[in-house]
Design a protein around this ligand. Structure first.
Ligand SMILES: [Fe+2]
Length: 178
């Protein structure tokens, strides 16, 4: 029969005693690397959050002959934005950092600006198209930093967002051309 001490020893195949008793191990990035990744992610989080609220604003307040198309389209997009925003914030937590979390923080850190509610449907679509350009810039920056840091998780996550925003850009541009 095995002794308890043998079992304990067998259980520690990877970690020496010092590591096993230490705090949970961090991911393999230096604090400077973690800082760079999470600053870029937080910038994207701020932009995306302001964009999200604009989509809701326009979903509620769009008027005119395009109402049914745009009301539905804005809802589809804010539903997707909500999921992506959550993934970005949680990715920042993965690195042990704090995501921007209040409305004030979003507004203070975003390049994307809010508008009022009484806009023509054309103006709303143009605003969203302009937001896409700014979002894609923020996303490119995140991908650039992630590649530099060998952060495949962040890179892969944001590339999916890029693909989707580019598709929305095409669709709303085509809508404007009609
Ligand atoms: Fe609704």
């Amino acid at each position: 029969m095995k002794k308890v001490s043998d079992i304990e020893e067998a259980a520690q195949t990877q970690l020496d005693n010092r590591l096993a008793k230490a705090k949970p191990m961090k991911l393999g990035w230096s604090s400077t690397e973690t800082h760079e990744i999470t600053v870029a992610l937080n910038k994207l989080l701020g932009d995306y959050s302001v964009h999200y609220q604009k989509l809701r604003n326009y979903h509620w307040n769009v008027k005119g002959s395009d109402f049914f198309d745009l009301h539905e389209q804005f809802e589809l997009q804010y539903t997707e934005a909500l999921e992506n925003i959550d993934a970005i914030a949680e990715r920042i937590r993965v690195f042990g950092k704090t995501p921007l979390s209040t409305m004030q923080e979003f507004l203070d850190n975003a390049v994307i600006k809010e508008t009022g509610s009484d806009l023509s449907s054309d103006r709303m679509v143009r605003e969203i198209l302009s937001d896409y350009t700014l979002l894609l810039e923020s996303m490119s920056r995140v991908v650039e930093v992630a590649v530099e840091m060998n952060d495949a998780g962040t890179e892969e996550m944001v590339k999916v967002f890029v693909n989707s925003i580019e598709k929305h850009h095409w669709m709303l541009s085509a809508f404007m051309a009609s």
